[in-house]
Ligand binder design. Structure first.
Ligand SMILES: Cc1cc2nc3c(=O)[nH]c(=O)nc-3n(C[C@H](O)[C@H](O)[C@H](O)COP(=O)(O)OP(=O)(O)OC[C@H]3O[C@@H](n4cnc5c(N)ncnc54)[C@H](O)[C@@H]3O)c2cc1C
Length: 516
């Protein structure tokens, strides 16, 4: 017999089988000894009341075991099948490749960066020496910007495709099945490289191709139809379909498209700072306690405020996380955040950004690079203000709001270092002033948030792409180039790992429909 119900339990019971059986027994009025298995379908933390509890939707198996779960997927051999070129091995590119194989086509992934293992050395160079390799960094390389991220896997884009299919593929490649039930699933930077490696093995074992250290520098187009791509070493690779999944930081790809008279457009994005608090401040505020204890995970927040008719919002919040230097070229500062699977660092960080629209920036709205140039200029100003070597400009929170230079900067997680500098020198005035108004307002919403123990680090500028590559809504092909599929975050169709993965699969399906 199987019963489905909700169980509510204190944090210390949520992973204790005997305690859960006792709670389930009292809810469904069946002796605990008859409960064979409790299968969790959905799990969330409810911190609305005075006591924090776990809420779980469960299936209770009485007098019978739960059926074993099998996440394995079989992939047909595709070595000799029709090729689909996929430019970029980020989540969009990798999931496009998996979908190609599942549909009987051969993916040929072309990636400018290195595999996950070799990429690590370049990340160490960034963190320790401030040296940025423009082809291998936090954004470029196997797994794309998603590899050394927090691996938060929640998305609002459930209408775009099957989120569960993406999560199941992560589990099939080594992610914990917990991601299938948690309300806010995440994987962690320490685990993502193994999962990406397993996905690479799936692609290669099925007969797909992956070329690392290979940069696409031109598209081969004839009579409005894609023929293939050309690489930096002047090699031509031919295919009737090209999925362009190069991410929001590949500025040279936007230049390439423009040079080849392939339409691109400026696109609104958001810009601001990364804010870091001691994690215990966030835990105290969210769990209404002095210490969260051993059974609750580090807490998160999500804040939004309208200031002078503009949305200011927290973004990509990383509990127990690290602020990372995510520049893709020397001479610019870009920050973002990640955390390990246990989220056991003492800091909590999140992007806190202001929406940037076309009319906010002087210049020609028809210039596709209008907002990209604005983004780049702010990043370069931040670099100069920090004094070079990727030292980031920073200010304590209350000092920032009160317009004072901080006497010192609190201990923080950003490895290249944070220098005390007025962020007024770095941020455009209209962004600076709105953030000044938003932060005390956030403090009124969340006790303890507005504090000089928090530090603002500049700049959080790669929130989404400042350029859009248009495509037809039905065929997903570029309106001027048949067979070219603009895909993922860089083209403007995704805003995170899951939505990029879904878009990759959708583009692969669209390409396959035309090629079949
Ligand atoms: C530090 C950090 C933390 C993040 N944390 C999260 C998170 O927790 N949750 C979440 O949902 N999202 C997170 N994100 C955002 C997420 O990583 C991106 O939304 C996602 O990776 C976008 O996927 P994509 O495949 O479209 O592009 P990308 O991941 O950017 O991949 C593009 C790939 O294309 C390659 N490429 C570019 N140009 C060329 C070329 N000319 N030739 C060949 N290859 C090329 C690049 O090297 C790169 O590997 C984070 C990002 C960063 C940087």
């Amino acid at each position: 017999m199987i019963k489905e119900t909700e169980l509510v339990c204190p944090p210390e019971a949520h992973e204790d089988e005997a305690a859960l059986k006792a709670i389930a027994s009292s809810v469904i009025k069946v002796a605990a000894s008859r409960i064979h298995t409790i299968k969790i379908l959905k799990r969330s933390i409810d911190a609305r009341g005075r006591k924090v509890v776990y809420r779980m939707q469960v299936k209770i198996y009485i007098d019978e075991p739960a059926p074993a779960e099998d996440f394995t997927v079989s992939y047909p051999p595709v070595k000799d099948k029709k090729p689909v070129i996929i430019v970029g091995a980020g989540p969009a590119g990798i999931f496009a490749a998996l979908q190609c194989i599942l549909s009987g086509f051969k993916p040929v992934i072309i990636e400018r960066g290195k595999d996950v293992k070799q990429r690590r050395r370049d990340l160490a160079n960034i963190n320790k020496q401030g040296l940025v390799n423009p082809d291998s960094n936090y954004c470029f390389g196997e797994g794309g910007a998603g590899t050394y991220s927090d691996g938060k896997l929640y998305t609002r884009s459930t209408k775009r495709g099957d989120v569960n299919q993406v999560l199941n593929l992560f589990v099939a490649h080594g992610a914990s099945p917990d991601i299938l039930v948690d309300a806010r699933p995440h994987i962690g930077t320490n685990k993502l490289p193994h999962i990406i490696t397993a996905m690479r093995e799936t692609i290669l074992n099925a007969g797909g191709e992956i070329r690392f250290d290979t940069k696409v520098t031109a598209l081969k187009v004839q009579f409005g139809k894609i023929q293939g791509v050309q690489t930096a070493t002047h090699e031509t690779i031919l295919a009737d379909a090209v999925i362009l999944a190069t991410g929001h930081s590949a500025r040279d790809v936007f230049e390439m498209l423009h040079r080849q008279n392939i339409l691109i457009e400026a696109k609104p994005f958001a810009l601001g700072v990364r804010i870091e608090h001691p994690q215990e401040i966030i835990d105290k505020a969210q769990y209404h306690c002095d210490s969260r204890g051993p059974y609750l995970p580090p807490s998160y927040y999500s804040l939004v405020e309208q200031v002078d008719n503009r949305g200011i919002f927290s973004f990509c919040m990383c509990p127990g996380g690290i602020i990372a230097p995510c520049s893709t070229e020397p001479g610019e500062i870009v920050v973002n955040g990640w955390s390990p699977s246990k989220r056991n660092n003492p800091f909590a960080n999140s992007g806190t950004v202001v929406q940037v629209n076309l009319e906010d920036v002087a210049g020609n709205d028809k210039d596709p690079f209008k907002l990209l140039k604005f983004q780049q200029a702010v990043e370069q100003t931040a670099f100069t203000a920090g004094g070079g070597s990727l030292v980031a400009p920073g200010q304590r929170m209350v000092d920032f709001v009160e317009g004072k230079i901080s006497a010192d900067i609190p201990k923080n997680s950003y490895l290249p270092g944070v220098a005390s500098i007025s962020l007024k020198e770095v941020l455009p005035l209209w962004i600076h002033q709105r953030l000044q108004k938003a932060l005390p307002a956030f403090g009124r919403k969340m006790k303890g948030y507005y504090t000089n123990e928090a530090v603002l680090v500049g700049v959080e500028s790669r929130t989404s792409s400042p350029v859009k590559v248009p495509r037809d809504k039905e065929t997903l092909q570029h309106p001027q180039v048949s067979g070219l599929y603009p895909c993922g975050e860089g083209a403007g169709y995704a805003g995170g790992i899951i939505s990029a993965a879904i878009d990759g699969m959708n583009c692969a399906l669209a390409a396959i429909k035309t090629l079949s």
